[in-house]
Design a protein. Structure first.
Length: 555
C-alpha cells in the first residue's frame, strides 16, 4: 500500500502514535487509508450538503474494508462573487483546490481518494487533482438545487441576474425584483440550469471519474446519501482492481466530454476546464478539438437557452439519456470508467434502472427535456471556435439560437465594471459590439465572468441586438451572441489592446472568424496598471498560461 510509507515498520512509530491519537486502532491503521476530501462551506447553497455526504462516503469506505481520513478545502461561489472584485478569485481557486487536494493526499501517502464537490471550479479541480496524482479516485457532485417558483413560473439564479437588468430598464419595480430574489434559490444545491456546475458534473461522468447517474441526483434528494455511500465502496473496488484516473481520462474520453458539452449547450467554461484536465492527465488536447465537437446538434432543452433545469433532466433519465442518444448517433466512443464498467455498459445499466423506477424510456415529458437527434433544438452545438486578427490563438463564441453573424462599432471598456455601468446607464445601442478587455487570466487577474453585463443586456431587451467580446469568460448562465476567451489577452499584448471605440468588428460563425478592418499594427497597445501587486492573485497573474491552454498554472 502507498500508505505503508507512513505507517509500516519501527521507524514509523511516531506517525502511528499520532494516528492513534485521532482514534484509530491498530486494525484501522493496517487498512488502506482513503482520503475523503470535500469543499464544504456554508456561505452558499452549492456546497452546503457536502460535509454530511462525507459522513456517508466514510461509511461506504469502512464497509468495503478501508479507513477514511477527511480533509476540507476551499470554494469560491461565482453566484455571490459575480460582478465584484471577488470574482477575480474564482478561476484561481481551481488551481488552489487542485493543489490542496494533491498536497493533502500525497503529503499523507494515502491509498485512494473520494472528492465531494459543489461550486463551479471545485468540479474540474477535483478531476485535475486526480489526473495529476493518478491514484484510485472517484468524484461525487453534491447535486443541483431545486428550481424556485415565482408567479407559477420555474426560475433559477439566472432570472435574478436578468431581473437586475430589467429593473435598471424600468421594466420591473423594486417589489418584483425582491420577489424574484427571494424565490429563486429555495435550498441546497448548485445552480440549476446547464450552467458550469451541471455541465462539469456531466463531463466528469463522461470521463468515467464519477459513477453514472450519481451526479445527476439533486442535492436535497434522499438518494444522494446512498450515492455517497456507494462512492466509498466504489473507490475501494477501484483500489483493489488497480484502476486509476489516467486509464479513464483518455483522448477518446475527452472528445466524448467535449461532444456532450456541445450537445447540451453547456457552459463555455468547460473548454477551459477540459483543457486543464487533459493537461494534468498528460493527454495532448488542443483548443481546435472543440470545433469538431461543436458540430454536434443541441439535443437537450436546458437552461440558460432552453426551458428545463437539471432536476427535470434527472427525472428524464439524466446523463445516461443524453449519452444514449449520442451513442446511437455514433457521436461518442466507448471508454473505461473508474467503476470497471465501460461507459456504454454504465449507460445501459442506468437506462434499465430508470425504466425499472417507473418512467418509460419513451415518456413524452422526458422526451421534451431530451428530444434527441429526432428533433434537435439547434443543428450546431452551443459554441464555436473562432480565429482572426482579434484572436490569433482562438476564442470561444457562445451561439444564440438564430444569429450566425454580427457586425458593428466597437464600444471599448477596460473592465467589466465600466461596461456594466454603461449598460445600466442605457448607453449601449442596438448593433454595438461591446468590448471588455484586460479581464483575461493575467490581466483581470483571474478571468472574471461577465454575467452581470450579459444578464443586464438581456434584462434590458438588448440580448438579440448586440454582441459582446472579451478576453474574460462567461457564466454558464450567459446566453446571447457572446465571444470570450480571446487569446492572447490584452494584458499580454493581444490585439484587443489596440482596438478603439468605433472600429468595425465582424463576427462570422460560418467563416469561423472574428476580425476588424482597423490597422491594428499601426497602433500602440493600450496598457493598464496591474490591479493586484501582492498575494495569491499577483502570483497567479505571473504564472497563468493563456486561455487557449486552459489557463493552467503548471508547466
Amino acid at each position: 500500500m502507498n500508505s505503508d510509507q507512513i505507517k509500516s515498520g519501527p521507524s514509523r512509530a511516531p506517525a502511528r502514535a499520532m494516528l492513534r491519537a485521532t482514534g484509530l486502532s491498530d486494525a484501522d491503521i493496517a487498512r488502506p487509508l482513503v482520503g475523503v476530501v470535500h469543499t464544504w462551506s456554508d456561505i452558499s447553497p452549492c456546497n452546503l450538503t457536502l460535509r454530511e455526504l462525507a459522513g456517508h462516503v466514510r461509511e461506504g469506505v469502512k464497509a468495503a474494508g478501508g479507513t477514511p481520513v477527511e480533509f476540507n478545502t476551499i470554494a469560491v461561489t461565482d453566484g455571490i462573487a459575480m460582478g465584484t472584485v471577488g470574482m477575480r478569485a474564482s478561476l484561481p481557486s481551481r488551481e488552489v483546490i487542485a493543489d490542496s487536494i494533491e498536497l493533502a493526499v500525497s503529503g499523507h501517502c494515502l491509498d485512494a481518494v473520494v472528492v465531494l464537490v459543489g461550486c463551479d471550479k471545485t468540479i474540474p479541480a477535483a478531476a485535475m487533482a486526480l489526473g495529476r496524482m493518478d491514484l484510485p479516485g472517484v468524484v461525487l457532485y453534491g447535486g443541483t438545487i431545486q428550481p424556485g417558483f415565482c408567479k407559477a413560473k420555474k426560475i433559477t439564479v439566472q432570472e435574478v441576474f436578468e431581473a437586475v437588468g430589467a429593473h435598471a430598464a424600468g421594466r420591473i419595480d423594486d417589489a418584483e425584483l425582491a420577489e424574484i430574489e427571494r424565490r429563486a434559490c429555495p435550498g441546497a444545491g448548485a445552480c440549476g440550469g446547464q450552467f458550469t456546475a451541471n455541465t462539469m458534473a456531466m463531463v466528469l461522468t463522461t470521463l468515467g471519474l464519477s459513477p453514472m447517474g450519481l451526479n445527476d441526483i439533486p442535492a436535497t434528494d434522499p438518494g444522494k446519501r446512498e450515492a455517497a455511500f456507494r462512492c466509498g465502496e466504489i473507490v475501494m473496488q477501484a483500489l483493489a482492481a488497480g484502476r486509476r484516473p489516467r486509464q479513464t481520462i483518455t483522448l477518446e474520453a475527452l472528445r466524448n466530454a467535449a461532444v456532450t458539452v456541445a450537445a447540451t449547450a453547456g457552459s463555455t467554461n468547460a473548454v477551459l476546464h477540459i483543457l486543464a484536465i487533459a493537461h494534468e492527465a498528460g493527454v495532448p488536447f488542443a483548443l481546435e478539438e472543440f470545433e469538431a465537437a461543436s458540430r454536434t446538434p443541441v439535443i437537450a432543452d436546458l437552461k440558460p437557452g432552453g426551458r428545463f433545469t437539471a432536476v427535470e433532466l434527472h427525472a428524464a433519465g439524466g446523463t445516461a439519456r443524453v449519452l444514449a442518444e449520442l451513442r446511437a448517433a455514433g457521436r461518442i466512443a466507448d471508454t473505461p470508467t473508474m467503476t470497471g464498467q465501460t461507459l456504454f455498459a454504465a449507460v445501459d445499466a442506468a437506462r434499465v434502472a430508470h425504466a425499472a423506477s417507473g418512467t418509460a424510456l419513451d415518456d413524452p415529458e422526458a422526451a421534451a427535456v431530451v428530444p434527441g437527434f429526432a428533433a434537435p433544438l439547434k443543428p450546431h452545438g452551443g459554441y464555436s471556435v473562432l480565429y482572426g486578427n482579434l484572436a490569433p490563438e482562438g476564442c470561444i463564441c457562445k451561439l444564440p439560437a438564430q444569429r450566425r453573424r454580427h457586425e458593428g462599432p466597437a464600444r471599448v471598456f477596460d473592465s467589466e465594471d465600466a461596461a456594466f455601468a454603461a449598460v445600466q446607464a442605457r448607453a449601449i445601442q442596438p448593433g454595438d459590439v461591446i468590448v471588455i478587455r484586460f479581464e483575461g487570466p493575467a490581466g483581470g487577474p483571474g478571468m472574471r465572468e461577465m454575467l452581470a453585463v450579459t444578464a443586464a443586456l438581456v434584462g434590458q431587451g438588448l440580448g438579440n441586438d448586440v454582441a459582446l467580446i472579451t478576453d474574460g469568460r462567461f457564466s454558464g448562465a450567459t446566453h446571447g451572441f457572446m465571444v470570450g476567451h480571446i487569446a492572447p489577452e490584452a494584458a499580454r499584448g493581444g490585439p484587443l489592446a489596440r482596438l478603439r471605440d468605433g472600429d468595425r468588428v465582424r463576427i462570422d460563425v460560418d467563416a469561423r472568424e472574428i476580425r476588424t478592418d482597423a490597422d491594428l499594427d499601426a497602433r500602440e497597445p493600450a496598457r493598464i496598471e496591474p490591479r493586484v501587486r501582492h498575494g495569491a492573485l499577483a502570483k497567479y497573474a505571473r504564472h497563468v498560461a493563456s486561455a487557449s491552454r486552459g489557463a493552467i498554472t503548471t508547466g
